[in-house]
Design a protein around this ligand. Structure first.
Ligand SMILES: [Zn+2]
Ligand SMILES: [Zn+2]
Length: 301
């Protein structure tokens, strides 16, 4: 079977559109779609230094690869940042992968650790934590978010790019609905302006399965071993549920995504809260103390 766009052999069938593509045209379609998402939501401005959060997994290496291709003919520069959570026997492999990847492509890369920021590795904080209050991924997520903010400020960047794809957005939406957290639905609006720092997900309109194929067909050297603390709560069940639906009804993820766009915009406009400063650390937040300080105080009690 030939590619719909050139004479090469097709290696990918995009079920929701019916297109058949060769490896090159497929990769090209991912780069173009990402560029379109970035410009539609004004995610990156002219001349900006972009902080790319890179864990070493497929999504983060794929976004770094796509942005490094784009940066050749767009006016922005990229700086990769990896957060070392302090997960014994796990993080070192990913750090090595990211270092080599960045060296090959001449991308600037920095590493920041939980230990230097919080004086606590993830392994140590999980030991302090009572089971079943928060999942390990929730604790780690709160700490990582702040660590990346810190890194972005250090490198003088005002936009943070993460590799989250459409499946992540859909799963998060369902989790927010199931936990009654309508404020967080407002935060999902991709057009939401940041305060001093803006966080953007240029893969938010691309299926996870296509990112996986992009990583394979471009031979990206990502880490496949899952984190030993992986406990995502409900997320895994929701991922499987959505994949089953998509398998029977191609394109259903795209329609759900369009609904989320509309709902999140309405929620953001109706729930808009003035940001204030955390009484403890001075970070921007919406309550008296920020989520990081609240959690660290709880852990150390
Ligand atoms: Zn082709
Ligand atoms: Zn704080």
């Amino acid at each position: 079977m030939n590619c719909d766009r050139c004479q090469n052999t097709a290696v990918y069938s995009r079920r929701y559109s019916g297109e058949n593509l060769c490896s090159e045209c497929f990769s090209d379609s991912i780069v173009r779609k990402t560029a379109k998402t970035i410009s539609k939501y004004g995610m990156i401005q002219n001349g900006q230094r972009v902080c790319v959060a890179v864990s070493g997994g497929k999504d983060s290496l794929a976004i770094l690869d796509v942005l490094s291709k784009m940066s050749r003919n767009h006016n922005f520069s990229i700086h990769a940042v990896t957060i070392d959570e302090g997960i014994h026997g796990y993080r070192d492999e990913a750090l090595g992968i990211v270092k080599n990847f960045c060296a090959d492509r001449r991308i600037v890369h920095s590493v920041y650790s939980y230990k230097e920021l919080y004086d606590l590795t993830l392994d140590e904080s999980l030991k302090l934590h009572e089971e079943d209050r928060l999942s390990s991924c929730s604790i780690c997520g709160i700490l990582r978010r702040r660590a990346i903010d810190h890194a972005a400020k250090k490198i003088g960047s005002d936009v943070i790019v993460t590799g989250h794809n459409m499946d992540d957005v859909l799963q998060t939406f369902i989790i927010n609905v199931l936990s009654g957290d309508t404020n967080k639905i407002g935060w999902q609006d991709p057009a939401a302006p940041g305060n001093t720092l803006r966080r953007v997900k240029p893969f938010c309109e691309i299926y996870e399965s296509e990112i996986v194929f992009y990583a394979f067909t471009n031979n990206l050297p990502f880490q496949t071993e899952p984190c030993p603390h992986m406990n995502e709560g409900m997320r895994t069940e929701i991922r499987q549920f959505l994949n089953t639906l998509e398998g029977k009804r191609s394109g259903i993820k795209n329609s759900m995504y369009r609904s989320i766009l509309k709902i999140s915009q309405v929620m953001r406009e109706s729930n808009y809260k003035q940001r204030v400063r955390c009484a403890n650390c001075g970070a921007e937040c919406t309550g008296r103390v920020c989520s990081v300080c609240k959690m660290l105080l709880d852990l150390r009690q």
